[in-house]
Design a binder for this molecule. Structure first.
Ligand code: FMN
Length: 327
C-alpha cells in the first residue's frame, strides 16, 4: 500500500500521475492510468468548446469511475485564452477531481475551482532561487505543486535546474505536497522522488510509450530508439523553453533563433499544428514534439497498467534492498 498526502487527498491507490499532454492527453490513456490506480489526465487545450471537453470527460468516465485530472495549459501560444472560461465551466459542471495548471498562475480562478470541490495542482518551472514559483503556488492556495525539473518533456522553464536539486529545494520550502516531474519512468526514479520529499511523481514521456497512447506507431518506434541525449531545447529565445525530440523542425527552429529570425518566421516552424501532425501521422520531422530526456530509460511499449505495476512492485524491492544495505 502507498500512503501519501496525494493518495489520501484523492483516494487513489498509487501516487503516480500522468502529466498533461497536448495532443496525446486523451481519454483512452487517462482512463487506463486512473483505472490502474494512478491519476490520469486529459488535456483541455485540445478541445475547441466546453461541450467538446465535457464529451471527453464523459469518455474517461466510460472507462473508469476513478478520479482523474484535466490539465489547463497557459503557455504562450498554447492558450486559446477565450476558451479558459469554457474549460472552467466544463470541469466544474462535470465535477472533475483535479485540475492541473501550468504556464501561468491560476490565481484568478483557483478559488472558484476549489469552492466547487476541485483540487488544483499547479506545475512550476524553476525560478531564482529554484523554489520561487513553488512558494508562490503555495501562497495562492494550490493544493499541491508539481515541480518540473530541467529533464522534463515540455516546458522546463529558463533556469535549467535539474529535478534532483529542484525537487529537494521545493520540498524544503513549502508545506503543501510536492509532486516530482521530469526524469521519472521507472521504480528507481520513483523511489528517488519519494526520498527527495515528493509525495507523487508525474510522468509524461513514459506514458507516451503505452498501448493506450494515441501517438502513431511510427512515433513510438522512433522514440524507443532514442537515447537520453536525443532531446534538445527550443524556443529559448522567446523565453518559452521547451524540451523536444531532436528532429528537422527543432534544428530549423534553433537555427532561426540563433540568427534572431522574426517571430512570424519562427512561428511557421514551432506552431502547434505541425507537432500534432508528427504525433498523429508519424511524420517525425513535421514539427516540435515534446519529449523528456528520460526517454533514454524507456525501452518497451506497455499497457499503462503494466507501467504502473512495474513501478510499484519494483519500488518495494528497491526499498528492501536499501534496508539490507543500511542495517
Ligand atoms: C508529449 C508531451 C506533451 C506535453 N504537453 C504538456 C502540456 O500541454 N501542458 C503541460 O503542462 N505539460 C505538458 N507536458 C509535460 C508533462 O505534463 C510532464 O510535466 C512532463 O512530461 C514530465 O516530465 P517527463 O517527460 O520527464 O516525464 C508534455 C509532455 C510531453 C512528453
Amino acid at each position: 500500500m502507498f500512503k501519501t498526502r496525494i493518495t489520501e487527498m484523492l483516494g487513489i491507490k498509487y501516487p503516480i500521475i500522468e502529466g498533461g499532454m497536448m495532443t496525446l492527453g486523451r481519454a483512452e490513456l487517462a482512463g487506463a492510468v486512473s483505472a490502474a490506480g494512478g491519476l490520469g489526465t486529459i488535456s483541455a487545450n485540445i478541445h475547441e468548446s466546453k461541450e467538446e471537453l465535457q464529451e471527453e470527460i464523459r469518455r474517461v468516465r466510460s472507462i473508469t469511475d476513478k478520479p482523474f485530472a484535466v490539465t489547463i495549459s497557459m503557455f504562450p501560444m498554447e492558450m486559446p485564452s477565450e476558451l479558459t472560461g469554457d474549460y472552467l465551466d466544463a470541469v466544474i459542471e462535470e465535477k472533475v477531481a483535479v485540475v492541473e495548471t501550468s504556464g501561468r498562475s491560476p490565481e484568478n480562478f483557483i478559488g472558484r475551482l476549489q469552492e466547487n470541490g476541485i483540487k488544483v495542482f499547479h506545475k512550476v518551472p524553476a525560478g531564482r532561487p529554484a523554489e520561487q514559483y513553488a512558494v508562490k503556488a503555495e501562497k495562492i492556495g494550490a493544493d499541491a505543486v508539481v515541480i518540473a525539473g530541467f529533464e522534463c518533456g515540455g516546458h522546463p522553464g529558463v533556469n535549467k535546474v535539474p529535478s534532483l536539486i529542484f525537487i529537494r529545494k521545493a520540498a524544503r520550502a513549502v508545506s503543501i505536497p510536492v509532486i516530482a516531474a521530469g526524469g521519472f519512468a521507472d521504480a528507481e526514479g520513483f523511489v528517488a522522488a519519494l526520498s527527495l520529499g515528493a509525495e507523487a511523481v508525474t510522468m509524461g514521456t513514459r506514458f507516451v510509450l503505452t498501448n493506450e497512447c494515441i501517438a502513431h506507431p511510427k512515433v513510438k518506434e522512433h522514440l524507443l530508439k532514442m537515447h537520453e541525449s536525443d532531446t534538445m531545447l527550443a524556443q529559448q529565445s522567446i523565453r518559452n523553453t521547451v524540451r523536444v525530440v531532436v528532429n528537422a523542425a527543432a534544428e530549423r527552429a534553433l537555427g532561426m533563433e540563433t540568427r534572431e529570425a522574426r517571430f512570424d518566421e519562427l512561428i511557421s516552424v514551432i506552431g502547434g499544428g505541425k507537432g500534432k501532425k508528427g504525433w498523429l501521422e508519424g511524420d517525425m520531422d513535421a514539427g516540435l514534439m515534446a519529449c523528456g530526456a528520460v526517454i533514454g530509460l524507456v525501452d518497451r511499449v506497455l499497457p499503462a497498467a503494466e507501467v504502473i505495476e512495474e513501478i510499484v512492485t519494483g519500488a518495494k524491492e528497491i526499498v528492501n534492498r536499501l534496508n539490507s544495505i543500511m542495517r
